[in-house]
Design a protein around this ligand. Sequence first.
Ligand code: R5P
Length: 313
Amino acid sequence: MDLRIFAGRSNRVLAEQIAQYLGYPLGGVQLDDFPDGEISLKLLDDIRGRDAFIIQSTCPPVNTHLMELLICIDCMKRASAARITAVIPYFGYARQDRKDEGRVPITAKLVANLLTTAGADRVLTLDLHAAQIQGFFDIPVDNLSAEPVFSAYFASLDTGPLTLVSPDAGNVKRARVYANRLGGDLAIIDKRRVSGTETKAMAIIGDVRNKTVLMVDDIIATAGTLARAGEVLRANGAKQIIAAATHGVLCGPAVERLASAPFDRLAVTDTIPLPPAVREKLPNLTVLSVSELMGEAIRRIHRNESVSSLFMK
Ligand code: R5P
């Protein structure tokens, strides 16, 4: 079965790098908007009986990118692809993953249903907000971790001993993975969310005084979490602060907050494209590519090889 890779409009650069890693050109796809805003799509390559992959991050504008992905999957199904894998480097709508108060939706489950109904046979994604979201699907979901990419970068910085900091209770497991890989103690920040854009960091559990700290999160959206955590770390005597998150959504006041946050270094991956203006405003920002990681996972899925062994470098 031949491999065919296509890309939506959300992150063309990453898709091209993945295609380059795999040594396959991106398939032709004609994407346009009708005058009323509906999306028009036509695949320009034959995919009958092929192993088809569509690469699309559901980053802002989230609804447009999600709809474009669903339309592409529908198109692939109707074009008789043998298998359709939705490659979603950044999986949006994942943070609403439980009903923790009355009369709220579970959008992560809704998106899982939509992808399956559209015709996806598998999903490949990276650092899902919560690993349990895999259980919202009844099709295989490979949830990669950007940890090998970040760890290689952190190790190259030669910082000396690190203290791994989780910016909230939800990221403790993630921080522990890094602590195991890089060595170092663990500290946890007790975060309270005041609203969608404001957080209140309360106290630190653990010692960061005179330490080089590395704080890891999955998403930077408004940067309320990381910026406030950075202030608390500095106020508690941290010597050097490195902050990192897989997905740089960077919406609302994020760039301004990050620009004035006390971070010596900041790192995100390229799951979401960042405009050049953002990079100019954040000179301490490093963008790491996950193209090889995702490309390798696609290669292994296509060849029916183990993907989990990618984590055991
Ligand atoms: C929260 O559970 C997530 O891991 C992130 O910390 C959060 O989504 C980041 O959002 P913001 O940047 O708006 O604080």
